[in-house]
Ligand binder design. Structure first.
Ligand SMILES: Cc1cc2nc3c(=O)[nH]c(=O)nc-3n(C[C@H](O)[C@H](O)[C@H](O)COP(=O)(O)OP(=O)(O)OC[C@H]3O[C@@H](n4cnc5c(N)ncnc54)[C@H](O)[C@@H]3O)c2cc1C
Ligand SMILES: *[C@@H]1O[C@H](CO)[C@@H](O)[C@H](O)[C@H]1NC(C)=O
Ligand SMILES: CC(=O)N[C@H]1CO[C@H](CO)[C@@H](O)[C@@H]1O
Length: 433
């Protein structure tokens, strides 16, 4: 018999964990719970989907490398190029002017926290002759484009379609999904050892309101993968605990658009990631994707309040979207105007496909938490079954790297939960005890 396992939060971290757990235990003993009326309406569905192999500091490096390789392997095995737009990508740093080029900060700096700047030194690049040049970027006098990725070290996926693939596979294997539903309380039983975790009560939701009868999901293993909401979930289930799970959120607006300058005919040379530096301080990042789409983001804010997950998709702020659209027009609009003058309004040939707002789960120290919570931290004398038979686990706080780290996190967390040896050293992400 497999130990019954409840996963709270069906974003990319939750579904990836269910996917890898279900390769090693009876899938029908795995229960995914999420309160959002529309799955993947948070960060996992609205992210850029940029993947890097080695942009990480020492604590994250082993997981980053494992995850990057697994993205490649999974895509090869399951037709990821067609199913979720997996593609190698070439990565550039773009300075809009000579002044921006001189500035100490670069658009990709914040993603490379803890790594040596020297690693990101410009690489030799034939801007004119290479078929890998992002010709959909609008160039202006005095700007500068620089290659910053080695061959085979960066890639691109459509995160929403990757999530949908993982979930479909889980459900086909027999994993159970409860949504919209939210966890209400834990259930314990005293077998003579103290109060032992044996289940979770969940409330099924209708139009955001709990139905009258809650449902008891038996479980000895509980996994919290609720992204920005992880701290709230822990507080709800263990109100007596002194432990705070310090995960904040960093909001980001994004656009998905179409440009006549990025189309299927160009996709053979791979996708692009472009991190920009502008004088004004607003540094958009943009990714070309398989399927003729360009993802455009860069406005982010730590002051936007985290919405209730049961309300579903967050409503973007009009002013932020307007600013983003204007930036897209200036950087991706048709050539012409010259000398840095933006193309006129009626020249705008970009088609907006989707606009969004989502919330990155972040920690103050810039690394996710992937660990079992020691029983003494849970408090109230509650115990969990030892070893692979029980436990409360957390995997959250992946910040700007949750898509890149998703598959590796699922692999390692499944191994941890099932008491197998982990494929990557994640002892630097333990946090507890
Ligand atoms: C604008 C933007 C661009 C990004 N670009 C990239 C990128 O290019 N590459 C990259 O690697 N990463 C990127 N990221 C980061 C990435 O999106 C996140 O790190 C990742 O999606 C986090 O996944 P998650 O599953 O932890 O959280 P989420 O996707 O937020 O999922 C959490 C889930 O928990 C659920 N939940 C909430 N409350 C409860 C509850 N009480 N009980 C159960 N479940 C609950 C929510 O409904 C949600 O489904 C980007 C993020 C943003 C905002
Ligand atoms: C695992 O990583 C930590 C730091 O993240 C390091 O201190 C430790 O030596 C590593 N263990 C092994 C076995 O490599
Ligand atoms: C592209 C961009 O503007 N990113 C910003 C998002 O937020 C981080 C953290 O606050 C900044 O450092 C980035 O510059």
């Amino acid at each position: 018999m497999s130990a019954e396992t409840v996963i709270l939060g069906a974003g990319i971290i939750g579904v990836s964990t269910a996917y890898y757990l279900s390769q090693h235990q009876d899938p029908s003993s795995i229960h995914l719970v999420d309160p959002s009326p529309e799955l993947f309406s948070s960060a996992s569905g609205y992210a850029g989907g940029f993947l890097a192999k080695d942009w990480f500091g020492p604590a994250l490096a082993p997981l980053g490398a494992l995850s990057f390789e697994e993205h490649r392997r999974l895509a090869e095995e399951h037709g990821g190029r067609e199913k979720w737009g997996y593609s190698p990508a070439t990565c550039f740093s773009y300075a809009a002017s000579a002044a921006a080029r001189e500035s100490a900060k670069r658009g990709d700096d914040w993603l490379r926290d803890g790594t040596s700047r020297a690693d990101a030194a410009p690489l030799a690049f034939d801007d004119a002759g290479s078929g890998k040049t992002p010709t959909w970027l609008r160039r202006v006098d005095g700007d500068h484009l620089e290659l910053i990725s080695d061959e085979g070290t960066t890639a691109q996926v459509d995160p929403l379609r990757l999530c949908q693939f993982l979930l479909r596979e889980c459900l086909a294997r027999g994993v159970k999904l409860y949504h919209p539903a939210k966890p209400a309380s834990v259930v314990t039983h005293d077998f003579g050892n103290g109060d032992e975790l044996i289940g979770v009560n969940i409330d099924r939701l209708e139009a955001g309101e709990p139905l009258t009868e809650s449902l008891l999901l038996p479980c000895t293993r509980l996994i919290i993968t609720a992204g920005s909401w992880t701290g709230q979930v822990f507080r709800t289930l263990f109100p007596w605990s002194r432990l705070e799970i310090p995960i904040r959120s960093l909001a980001g607006h994004s656009l998905v658009l179409k440009s006549p300058r990025w189309h299927a005919g160009l996709e053979g040379n791979g996708c692009h990631a472009i991190f920009t530096t502008h004088d004004g301080g607003f540094c958009p990042e943009m990714f070309s994707r398989i399927g003729g789409h360009i993802y455009f983001a860069g406005l982010n804010s730590s002051s936007l309040p985290l919405p209730d997950a049961e309300k579903g998709k967050a409503t973007p702020y009009d002013e932020s979207l307007a600013q983003l659209r204007e930036a897209a027009r200036q950087t991706l609009g048709p050539a012409g105007g010259g000398g840095g003058v933006a193309a006129a309004d009626d020249d705008n040939d970009l088609e907006i496909v989707r606009e969004g707002l989502c919330f990155r789960p972040v920690t103050d120290w810039g690394k996710p938490i992937i660990a079992r919570i020691p029983d003494e931290e849970i408090g109230a004398g509650i115990v969990t079954r030892a070893g692979a038979n029980g436990g409360v686990f957390v995997a959250a706080g992946h910040g700007p790297w949750g898509i890149a780290m998703s598959l590796g996190t699922g692999i390692v967390l499944a191994e941890m939960v099932q008491g197998r040896k982990t494929s990557a050293n994640v002892s630097g992400l333990a946090f507890f005890g």
